[in-house]
Design a protein around this ligand. Structure first.
Ligand SMILES: Nc1ncnc2c1ncn2[C@@H]1O[C@H](COP(=O)(O)OP(=O)(O)OP(=O)(O)O)[C@@H](O)[C@H]1O
Length: 322
């Protein structure tokens, strides 16, 4: 799936000014990936996926799904994508089986090609196939939404904030279903404002902020961008000043028995630090290292963007949770 120079301007009305939700963005979601579109509220994530889903009209630029241009090959591009919206809008008086059959009908899937039971099974819902939807738990309803998006066997599944407001246990459950769908060959694009979700679940991460893509790369590569590491050393006894043997490493004396060394991971100085500690006659009681995580990267990439680019007052970077 790819977009290029994709722009969306929402027209102003009354006293609200027009809003540029996407500033000519370029983005490619590789086939087979489990891709996170990460960004704070108001960043433009829903706008982007609603354009792909055919629910919002782009202002300019191109978008292609599974290689099909959304303007020229509308039918094929729609057939190639399944979208799971944020809201749980399921008719409570149908059973899961009936709902999937109805949805398949809407997509024109011939009866003999329908895979209703197979889909219900893959999402752990087969034993609820004939239960009224109103009797299903919140987690089951979420999975039913995913099942609905799969009836026309789209190669790409898009999930808009799949775990917003979902409890931790349910989140884990949903993650493993999404992983399984991806392992079975479905390309998955999900939007999230949970850093943890992108870090745990996805192999590729794009960060979007104020309608601009500010990073897009494999997760490991993104995490390596910040080369910073930290070594915290707790020593036996009390220190009043940094011993001269350690000065070259410029540690912070964080407590009377704790030194914090900050260094570039690529420089691997730990052996030298330990040697210097021993030369200084210090006995190490405890050691801990910390690496930069996605939150550090996110903050580094988004810092400064706030004042210059937002006219809506939304999109608070602080809304991102680690
Ligand atoms: N129909 C609309 N009319 C005017 N402005 C809109 C409309 N929909 C969205 N916007 C604005 O466009 C910007 C991007 O919104 P969008 O919903 O795409 O962000 P998001 O990243 O999906 O955020 P959220 O997580 O809150 O859904 C926001 O500033 C939003 O206020």
């Amino acid at each position: 799936m790819s977009v290029s120079s994709l722009r969306k301007v929402y027209k102003g009305s009354g006293r609200s000014p027009e809003k540029v939700a996407l500033h000519d963005i370029d983005l490619t979601v590789p086939r087979g990936s489990l891709f996170a579109l990460l960004g704070p509220n108001g960043a433009g994530k829903s706008t982007l996926i609603n354009i792909l889903a055919g629910l919002v009209r782009k202002t300019s630029g191109q978008a292609a799904i599974w290689g099909y241009d959304i303007d020229r090959d509308t039918r094929m591009s729609r057939a190639s994508i399944g979208v799971v919206p944020q809201e749980l809008n399921i008719d409570p008086f149908f059973t899961p089986h009936e709902l999937l059959e109805l949805q398949a009908g809407l997509y024109g899937v011939p009866k003999r090609e329908r895979r209703t039971n197979e889909i219900l099974e893959s999402l752990g819902l087969l034993d609820k196939a004939d239960a009224y939807t109103r009797t299903l738990s919140g987690g089951m309803r979420r999975r039913l939404m995913v099942a609905k998006a799969m009836v026309h066997a789209p190669p790409i599944l898009v999930l808009d904030e799949p775990t917003a407001g979902v409890d931790i246990e349910l989140r884990q459950q949903l993650w493993s279903q999404v992983r399984a769908l991806n392992a079975a060959g479905t390309t998955v694009l999900l939007t999230t404002h949970y850093l943890e979700e992108a870090e745990e679940l996805c192999d590729t991460i794009a960060i979007i902020n104020y309608g601009r893509v500010i990073a897009c790369e494999p997760k490991e590569q993104l995490l390596q961008r910040l080369d910073n590491k930290e070594l915290q050393v707790t020593v036996e006894g009390d220190l009043r000043v940094t011993p001269p043997e350690l000065e070259a490493f410029a540690p912070e004396l964080a407590a009377s028995n704790r030194l914090v060394f900050r260094y570039k991971a690529s420089e691997s100085p730990v052996a030298y630090i330990l040697e210097a500690l021993s030369r200084a006659g210090l006995t190490v009681a405890d050691l801990r290292t910390e690496e930069a995580d996605l939150e550090d990267i996110f903050l580094q990439l988004t810092s400064g963007a706030h004042a210059t680019d937002d006219s809506s007052g939304r999109g608070d970077v602080g809304a991102v949770q680690g």
